[in-house]
Design a protein around this ligand. Structure first.
Ligand code: FES
Length: 101
């Protein structure tokens, strides 16, 4: 395990996402009721930035064609996406949000 700081807690309000980078990967980081989740920031359908999607509960809706993904697992929940995205462990240390990529 090698967690890397990607943001501070204050940067991401509850119910919002943010594009961050860790070790050369573009990730989408989300705050769901104070718990943070990290997935790949590229929709497997046509590559939309999922960090700009609407958060609904613990799901994110793709901003381009509305595929839904589970933020806890990266699994896809509705088409047009036909596969999920990678999901990464997140920990909060002090006010740092850290991701293990
Ligand atoms: S790019 Fe995400 S559903 Fe099409």
């Amino acid at each position: 395990m090698a967690f890397t700081k990607v943001a501070t807690v204050q940067e991401i309000p509850v119910g919002r996402g943010k594009a961050v980078q860790a070790k050369g990967k573009q990730l989408a980081l989300f705050n769901v009721g104070g718990t943070f989740y990290a997935i790949d920031d590229s929709c497997p359908h046509r590559g939309a930035p999922l960090s700009q999607g609407q958060v609904a509960g613990s799901e994110v809706v793709c901003p381009w064609h509305s595929a839904r993904f589970d933020l806890k697992t990266g699994a896809f929940l509705s088409p047009p996406a036909r596969s999920g995205v990678a999901c990464y462990p997140v920990q909060v240390v002090g006010d740092e949000v850290q991701v293990d990529v």
